[in-house]
Design a protein around this ligand. Structure first.
Ligand code: HSE
Length: 415
């Protein structure tokens, strides 16, 4: 079972160094043959002979059987990972953007070339959610997988709401601590959790969905008024990603801020901590929490993949290949979901953008206006750019009504 590992490592940034550090401090025996980096000028903590600047020194080296890809640039990561798989090398990566944008092709390459691709470190840092969904929730009837999938935005929300720090200071701290992406818009715009959600959806429901097909809204538009609203109601704000089953064969996905009250499982998940709530028919609700960003937590998930690779572990994607099996049936993505949201807006023209199914509260003040009402996910998706341009803030109230029909029924009963 146990085979000799010779690793080619790409990237020696926050996670690469975190991994190296962990390998130094544990008994795990792995030979890192070469580390490929880009920046020749950067001062390194290891001797120069450990490094190469030429990717082919790893990709074309037949003695290297495992490529560990931990670089920042998703396009370059795509070239490295696909070349390695084509060359028959197993790969461990933590690059969520690259994975989410190329899921279909990466599945195909694994099938064609028989090499394995593992990526526990790409989703929720140290929380072992991918293998849990893949193995443990193999046959369970999953209702939903949701949670805090981005450490930086959770860090910012914690500091801004509970500690009264300015948004800019909190973001700077998240960057200095190595949590944020090089382009922090990926974090605060809700893109990073969106990429992670696409990966989660594949392992939870077997769906391959493109990030551009999903509604994601971040926290850049958060204003003191929204914070005031949250504090007055006793809520905290969390940027939540969610995939939920809404019918026999449909799932609904979204990323957006949510107000959570004291009794919510995620109310106390703070700073760079992530959390994943898995809800299923028989096991009921399970909550996984842990550090979602940083060199050591992510490095530990990468180490676990390296170790799993040693005994030949591969994702089987049984849910994605469900048509070939009797286990589950394939799901498709629907945007028919209806959700109750808080919308903070500037003027009536903003308000009229929305085709509300129902409104439960409307406030018009001298400084800001808000409405709480039910809207369709597909309408939010179509309006996304307009919402950003007009600086409209959206947060889910957490009240989810499963289908348009169901909301209509409710509205009729109330009328
Ligand atoms: N920027 C990411 C985050 C890093 O803040 O969660 C971990 O994926």
């Amino acid at each position: 079972m146990d085979k000799k590992h010779k690793i080619g490592l790409f990237g020696f940034g926050c996670v690469g160094q975190g991994l190296y550090d962990i390998l130094e401090k544990t008994d795990f025996k792995a030979e890192i043959a070469k580390i490929c980096v880009k920046n020749r000028q950067k001062k390194r903590s290891l001797p120069a002979e450990c490094f190469t600047y030429d990717a082919s020194d790893i990709l074309e080296d037949e003695t290297i059987n495992l490529v560990v890809e931990l670089i920042d640039n998703a396009d370059e990561a795509y070239e490295i990972v696909t070349t390695a798989l084509r060359n028959g090398k197993n790969v461990v990566t933590a690059n969520k953007k690259m994975l989410a944008e190329h899921l279909a092709e990466l599945l195909e390459l694994q099938k064609t070339y028989g090499a394995s691709l593992l990526y526990e470190g790409a989703v929720c840092g140290s929380i072992p959610i991918i293998r849990t969904l893949e193995e443990y929730y193999d046959n369970e009837l999953l209702f939903s997988v949701s949670g805090i999938f981005n450490g930086s935005s959770n860090y910012i929300l914690t500091k801004v709401i509970q500690e009264n720090l300015s948004y800019e200071t909190a973001l700077k701290q998240a960057q200095d601590l190595g949590f944020a992406e090089t382009d922090p818009t990926l974090d605060v715009g809700g893109f990073d959790p969106l990429y992670k959600l696409c990966i989660v959806a594949l392992h939870a429901y077997g769906v391959v969905v493109k990030p551009t097909e999903i509604f994601n809204y971040g926290i850049q538009g958060l204003s003191p008024y929204d914070i005031q609203f949250a504090l007055e109601k006793g809520y905290k704000l969390k940027l939540l990603a969610s995939v939920q089953r809404i019918s026999e064969d449909e799932v609904s996905l979204s990323v957006m801020p949510h107000f959570v009250s004291r009794g919510h499982y995620l109310y106390h998940v703070e700073n760079e901590y992530n959390a994943a709530i898995v809800e299923a028919a028989f096991s009921s609700k399970q909550v996984f929490t842990g550090k979602g960003a940083g060199g050591h937590p992510t490095g530990s998930a990468v180490l676990s993949d390296i170790s799993a690779n040693r005994y030949g572990y591969k994702y089987e994607y049984r849910k994605a290949y469900a048509q070939d099996s009797t286990i589950t049936k394939p799901f498709r993505v629907s945007q028919q979901q209806v959700q109750e949201v808080y919308l903070r807006y500037h003027d009536e023209a903003d308000f009229e953008l929305f085709d509300f199914i129902g409104i439960s509260e409307k406030y018009q003040g001298t400084n800001f206006n808000y409405v709480i009402g039910t809207v369709r996910l597909k309408d939010l998706c179509q309006l996304k750019e307009t919402l950003l341009e007009r600086d409209i803030f959206i947060a889910s109230t957490g009240k989810v009504v499963e289908t348009v029909e169901k909301v209509k029924e409710e509205v009729e009963v109330l009328a």
